[in-house]
Design a protein around this ligand. Structure first.
Ligand code: ATP
Ligand code: MG
Length: 268
């Protein structure tokens, strides 16, 4: 980490090309832990489903600028940033109107770099930017990857998850090798909803995580599978109550989030 870089915002996105893979959950818990540790964090909700905006209890009023207006350059990026109920944590929200940006990005020719350009003007204000991506291989997804210094890939420990992992790695490789739109780091693959019974991981989870290791070694030439997020209602409860896992005395469940946060801080 050199000194000049340390003052620049480091952007990390959560990418996985299927629904329900844990993208928003990872974004929320990672950002909240970084903010809790005293870092300033900008969250970007780049999914028209706007789960992140909802999880944060943020309401988009009719005239409020969102990521849509920021991407279309109808407002300055700062004007699309809102405080959240948490210290050090800020948000560029979205709502379902964000879908209207697809044509704009497709038509611009350099759509993969649009978010990166819009974030540049606020790069001095935040330590980290954490972006939540949509589940489809859309123009929005491309611009999110193009803006990223690093990618985290949450994958459900299921067959659907393994398919998402392959599709996601295909897209990242294409953007890196063919279009030169991504030259950042792959932070890792995060198994999501890893199922345990008592002290044992289920055979299904076991075999799916083994497959994740093989797939990631095949594509990335290294086994980038990080500690898993266990299947647990506690995550939903923490989201609903606005608490961290530590505040809920769930230190074991918080471990994978801590590992991701430490890795992000090392990479910056
Ligand atoms: P989408 O593609 O629809 O945006 P996603 O990849 O963002 O989905 P999440 O919304 O993060 O996935 O998670 C899917 C669901 O799993 C959510 O309803 C969330 O509350 C729930 N969930 C979060 N953490 C856990 C957990 N540890 N165990 C079980 N369910 C969880
Ligand atoms: Mg989501």
């Amino acid at each position: 980490m050199d000194k000049v870089q340390a003052f620049k915002m480091y952007t990390v996105s959560s990418i996985s090309l299927a629904g329900g893979q844990g993208k928003t959950t990872v974004v929320l818990f990672v950002a909240r832990l970084l903010a809790f540790q005293g870092h300033t964090v900008l969250l970007v909700d780049a999914d028209p489903q706007s789960s992140l905006t909802t999880f944060l209890g943020h309401t988009v009023e009719p005239d409020n600028p969102t990521l849509l207006e920021v991407l279309k350059k109808q407002v300055n990026t700062e004007d699309g940033i809102y405080k959240t109920q948490y210290d050090n944590l800020f948000l560029i929200p979205s709502d379902d109107a964000l879908d209207n940006v697809q044509d704009y990005l497709a038509g611009s020719g350099t759509g993969a770099f649009t978010l990166k350009k819009r974030l540049a003007s606020v790069a001095k204000l935040f330590d980290y930017c954490i972006v939540d991506a949509p589940p489809q291989r859309s123009q929005i997804c491309l611009t999110v990857i193009g803006a990223s210094d690093a990618l985290m890939i949450p994958i459900e420990t299921s067959v659907k998850g393994l398919q998402s992992l392959i599709r996601t790695l295909e897209l990242i490789t294409e953007l890196r090798d063919d279009q030169e739109a991504f030259n950042g780091e792959i932070l890792g693959v995060i198994p999501f909803r890893d199922r345990w019974v008592g002290l044992r991981r289920t055979t299904e989870s076991e075999s799916n995580i083994e497959s994740m290791k093989q797939i990631s070694t095949q594509w990335l030439e290294s086994d980038l599978v990080l500690p898993s997020i266990r299947e647990s209602e506690k995550f939903k409860q923490a989201i609903n109550k606005g608490l961290t896992l530590h505040q809920m005395h769930q230190d074991d469940l918080a471990y994978p989030i801590e590992v991701i946060v430490e890795k992000i801080k090392r990479l910056k």
